[in-house]
Design a protein around this ligand. Structure first.
Ligand code: MN
Length: 485
């Protein structure tokens, strides 16, 4: 059960939440013009006459944006609509030079689908997707240059967006957080959006209402706009749900409204009562014909789809024996999953996963390195695990070898050779050390024989120390028990 119950004075309440996510489409040029989408250019450099809303300029649809939307539709297990159409959403705002946004309204390019989310308790839940439509982004207002003026950067005006709308299926902030992470993972796998919420290329609006547990009604909701991190989205849902419960319990009523999230306080703030679609005077876009996709176009995209996180995860569990949890952590990031597969190739995959999620992640974290900058290659990580599996080194020596690999980037077998770290599995050599230890400690031998058998660990420690950590601990145990018993 991942739903959140809010204990009120009058009873138990549940949260009902849906998300709308705007994802900037990865494409070289904008959705209706040839201007560049390059992020970080000087202000107002990537602007065509179309983007600037000059009279008489006509939009031309960018096929690559359509391709990316269809690909993403497949990633959402959704229906691809062969027929879709553009509409004008009219509103005045300084960052919208045309005075309207070209979007899709009645006929979106992608219809219903679902996304599977994984929750902390190991359970999964399917979140319904209502639709995905494509539209143009607005420009960016800059408020912090002058105290009395607002400036406009048109570079973002006309960049392609995919707006993904979910069903109101979220019952807790945790579920919404899991969905956002999963969606980010899917679009990054597909290369249709970079998923960077902090740079604004993925922006989330959350519609939140509450109702008494057991009720099926949908009460008026608050829409929290433009939340720019997973953590903030979760905070906004939590705060807003509790605020509404308090409002109802003190006799107040909710009206559909739009709110803002304050990152500093973690609170939502009322902005305005909600506009409805009528307010936008939608009408069919006269400058663009309906978008009709051929079967070949759709099939070609489907045929070239890469393996998505869910499928990869399932394969890692079934074929490589990973736990569902390990597999989902490794598969969240495509590069990580590929690194793991290279490392596990021909070796004990479960052990490789343990090293990856333990020492390896810790090492990257500590050195503040990305995966690409790792001094330890996938192949060398696999070889290290193999050395343990083959009893060439023991687990403790492996930790030392790993540390040297992280410093030098050398292959593990080279380090083992150079430092003479090969495990001693030769029983006669170990037997000799055991004899020395027993001879040097008659008191402990006597205590052990008198029944203090937990001294065995101490004896093992002594033998390991004398072998400079190279003795095989299993064999040491065996011989010690024999000689002391
Ligand atoms: Mn939109």
């Amino acid at each position: 059960m991942s739903g959140m119950i809010i204990k009120g004075k009058t009873g138990d309440w549940e949260v009902v939440c849906g998300l709308e996510i705007h994802c900037q489409i990865i494409s070289k040029s904008k959705i209706f013009s040839g201007a560049s989408t390059h992020y970080g250019s000087d202000v107002n450099q990537n602007v065509s006459f179309v983007d600037a809303g000059m009279p008489g300029m006509l939009p031309t649809l960018n096929e690559e944006c359509v391709r990316q939307a269809v690909k993403t539709g497949f990633g959402l297990n959704a229906k691809i609509n062969k027929y879709s159409a553009f509409a004008r959403k009219n509103y005045f705002y300084a960052d919208l030079p045309q005075g309207y946004q070209i979007t899709q309204f009645k006929y979106p390019i992608v219809g219903e689908g679902f996304v599977k989310i994984e929750l902390e308790d190991g359970s999964t839940k399917d979140i319904g997707v209502e639709r995905l439509h494509i539209e143009q982004d607005a420009a960016k207002s800059i408020h912090d240059i002058s105290p009395t003026k607002t400036f406009i950067d048109l570079n973002r005006a006309g960049v392609g967006l995919m707006e993904i709308v979910t069903k109101p299926d979220f019952r807790s902030p945790e579920e919404a957080g899991a969905f956002l992470r999963k969606l980010r993972s899917i679009v990054r796998y597909l290369g249709s959006c970079d998923g960077n919420m902090d740079e604004g290329s993925m922006r989330c609006d959350a519609s939140i209402s509450v109702r008494p547990v057991g009720s099926k009604e949908l009460r008026p909701r608050a829409e929290v706009k433009n939340v720019n991190s997973v953590k903030f989205a979760m905070q906004a849902i939590d705060f807003e749900a509790r605020r509404q419960v308090e409002l109802y319990e003190s006799g107040g009523t909710m009206q559909q409204q739009t709110c803002q999230f304050n990152q500093a306080t973690g609170q939502t703030k009322f902005l305005r009562f909600k506009e409805f679609s009528d307010d936008y005077r939608y009408f069919p876009e006269p400058d663009l014909p309906p978008l009709v996709l051929s079967d070949e176009f759709i099939e070609d995209i489907k045929k070239n789809l890469i393996e998505l996180p869910d499928a990869k995860k399932e394969r890692f569990v079934k074929e490589l024996g990973l736990t569902a949890y390990d597999a989902s952590v490794i598969c969240e990031n495509k590069e990580m999953a590929e690194f793991f597969e290279r490392a596990a190739q021909g070796h004990d995959a479960k052990k490789v996963a343990n090293w990856l999620m333990g020492d390896f992640f810790a090492m990257l974290n500590e050195k503040k390195l990305s995966l690409e900058e790792s001094p330890i290659s996938a192949e060398n990580l696999g070889k290290l695990v193999e050395l343990i599996t083959q009893n060439v080194i023991n687990g403790k020596t492996a930790k030392d070898v790993f540390a040297i690999m992280a410093e030098t980037g050398k292959a593990p077998e080279v380090i083992v050779e150079e430092k003479g770290l090969k495990q001693v599995t030769d029983t006669s050599a170990i037997e000799k050390i055991v004899d020395d230890v027993i001879a040097a400690n008659p008191d402990n031998v006597a205590s052990y024989k008198a029944g203090k058998t937990n001294l065995l660990g101490w004896f093992v420690g002594q033998v390991m120390k004398q072998s400079s950590g190279k003795a095989n601990p299993g064999i040491v145990n065996q011989i010690l028990k024999q000689k002391l018993g």
